[in-house]
Design a protein around this ligand. Structure first.
Ligand SMILES: Cc1cc2nc3c(=O)[nH]c(=O)nc-3n(C[C@H](O)[C@H](O)[C@H](O)COP(=O)(O)O)c2cc1C
Length: 238
């Protein structure tokens, strides 16, 4: 049976077994209220606009490190994933561990970039190391292959959906940090650094590194951003 049908059937079966009592509207609203964020769409869109790539970051976080960690975890926890497979994983690095990570990247890049042009790369890495921390986003391939075996008809889709889930998780974290006036930028030194990262922080073999996000205090604003025309981008039909 189609997996979506299966999910639908099991949901219906549960409600068939014990039909829910009809609740008064006021009770329903009260129950739903805590699930609806107290954020107006305009506020959400302002936040979406405020989230930018910030390259000049510092170590003076405006909130406690533990709070930042909780925000990152919750943003990833609440991010959607195909079949609620929750394939996203994260390594959150702070303080000396963050610095250690960027030294690791520097060591690997030194091996592949000609010495005469390495200073530019090294300066860039200094900028990343100047941030307060980093989030390394992984996707657990064990989850992906398990789903592929379970739902053969969708086998080709699961790796794609896993990548999409990772992107959503990254964006969720980026937005949540922006709301706390914490700047961030997104980097991709994987797969060059995968083995070093795995060894340094005992990362399970099935975790595939997808992106590295630096975060910290905003020392300099983002560059101006340009936008392509709406008519190249959107089709509205009614
Ligand atoms: C999938 C993806 C990959 C990206 N990779 C990098 C990257 O490797 N290095 C980098 O500096 N920025 C990277 N960025 C950031 C983009 O350059 C940036 O989001 C874009 O220029 C728009 O700017 P904004 O983030 O300020 O809105 C990436 C963004 C996305 C969504």
């Amino acid at each position: 049976m189609d997996p979506f049908q299966q999910i639908l059937k099991s949901t219906l079966a549960r409600t068939d077994d014990a039909p829910p009592a009809i609740k008064p509207q006021a009770l329903l609203e009260a129950e739903l209220k805590p699930r609806i964020a107290h954020v107006a769409v305009d506020d959400f869109l302002s936040l979406a606009k405020a989230r930018r790539t910030i390259y000049t970051l510092g170590k003076d976080l405006p909130i406690a490190e533990d709070e930042v960690v909780d925000i990152i975890k919750e943003a990833i926890r609440q991010a959607p994933s195909a079949f609620n497979s929750q394939s996203s994983r994260a390594l959150i690095l702070l303080g000396k561990e963050h610095d250690r990570f960027w030294e690791m990247v520097r060591d690997q890049l030194r091996k592949v970039i000609p010495a005469e042009s390495f200073h530019a790369t090294s300066d860039k890495l200094d900028g990343f190391a100047a941030a307060a921390g980093s989030v390394l986003f992984f996707e657990d391939q064990e989850v992906v292959t398990h789903l592929q075996r379970q739902y053969i008809a969708y086998a080709d889709n699961f790796p794609v959906w896993s990548e999409q889930s990772s992107g959503i998780a990254q964006y969720a974290v980026w937005l949540a940090l922006a709301e706390k006036s914490i700047g961030a930028n997104l980097q991709h030194y994987n797969p060059l650094i995968d083995l070093d990262v795995r060894a340094a922080w005992q990362i399970p073999e099935s975790w595939k590194l997808r992106a590295e996000m630096n975060f910290g205090s905003i020392v300099a604003a983002a560059d101006e951003k340009s936008y392509i025309d709406d008519d190249k981008r959107f089709i509205v039909a009614r």
